[in-house]
Design a protein around this ligand. Structure first.
Ligand code: SF4
Ligand code: SF4
Length: 301
């Protein structure tokens, strides 16, 4: 996704990070292409796409829901709403990439951190708070230090003043709590979590195949707790809006008990499958997981 957002500039003869390549003859306007923009605002074939949270803050700050905001936000909400809200976090957001780097580094350095320091639903409240703050002070405050915006501005325009937010996220992930920002604090994740409650791309479980090894919980990027209803036989899919549809659990399952499925079946009134007793032959979670296999108590949806 990062390459995709950089391509229009490069293809038009511009350099990255505010650089400039080629002579005057090579200069073209990236906006003349079919696709250009950043993760906050882009244009695809003339269709404007806006980051919904940034647009909400601007609308709240200016007390004006300009049509362009509504038009630019709607396709994004519909697309992520249909797929899965936090697919943005799993597949598009560059901060998730930073989280993966932090996971790798923490493992190499042998640093132990808490699995959960802040309740994961806190990000819903943070999303409401940043919009309310924008309305209160008349400025979309969060956008001044949004780590996603910091990546955009640095990569595309060479404005690295916001890089401290990325360093802060990295340090929190490394020394405080695993993926604290993405799991519990990011307001963009909060908004997409709310959308994720309607998504049609879901991880489904085959209860008969599951051997209760908990490898899926060990690798889950969102929170191990979101898998618990499915593993306990209380649900047939991972229903929580937190799920990033990252597929890490599907890849990690040694019994092929997990797969993506389309549709959102109702939660069964009675448990649909009796979880099997832990299989004595089940291979223990790989040491490189470096993560606890059991979730701390917490809500699961
Ligand atoms: S590991 Fe599975 S349950 Fe966890 S966020 Fe990724 S897809 Fe969702
Ligand atoms: S990784 Fe697969 S077999 Fe192991 S607990 Fe999860 S779903 Fe069951």
């Amino acid at each position: 996704m990062l390459v995709l957002f950089c391509l229009p500039l490069v293809a038009a003869g511009w350099g990255l990070a505010g650089g400039f390549s080629g002579g005057d003859a090579a200069v073209a306007t990236p906006a003349e292409g079919v696709f250009y923009g950043s993760l906050a605002s882009s244009s695809v074939g003339g269709l404007t796409l806006l980051d919904p949270l940034a647009a909400l803050q601007v609308a709240a700050a200016s007390r004006d829901l300009a049509p362009v905001l509504a038009v630019g936000v709607l396709p994004v909400l519909v697309a992520y709403g249909l797929v899965r809200g936090r697919a943005f976090c799993g597949w598009v957001c560059p901060v998730n990439l930073l989280g993966e780097a932090a996971d790798w580094l923490r493992l190499r350095l042998g640093i132990e951190v808490r699995e959960r320091a802040v309740p994961r639903h806190a990000k819903l409240g943070v999303a409401v708070a940043v919009v309310a703050l924008a309305a209160l002070v008349g400025v979309p405050v969060f956008e001044t230090f949004n780590p996603v915006g910091a990546v955009n501005r640095g990569l595309l325009f060479g404005a690295f003043a916001g890089a401290w937010t990325l360093v802060a996220v990295l340090l929190c992930d490394l020394f405080w709590s695993r993926r604290a920002w993405c799991r519990a604090l990011c307001p963009m994740g909060g908004l997409y979590e709310a959308l994720g409650r309607a998504g049609q791309v879901n991880v489904a479980i085959d209860h008969g195949a599951c051997v209760q090894c908990d490898r899926c919980k060990a690798v889950c990027l969102a929170d191990p707790a979101i898998l618990e209803p499915a593993l306990a036989g209380e649900d047939v899919i991972v229903r929580a809006g937190d799920c990033l549809a990252c597929g890490a659990c599907v890849d990690a399952c040694p019994a092929d008990a997990l797969r993506f499925r389309l549709g959102r079946p109702r939660r069964p009134a009675v448990p649909v499958g009796q979880p099997a007793a832990p299989c004595p032959a089940a291979v223990p979670a790989p040491p490189d997981a470096g993560r606890p296999s059991a979730a701390a108590p917490g809500s699961t949806d």
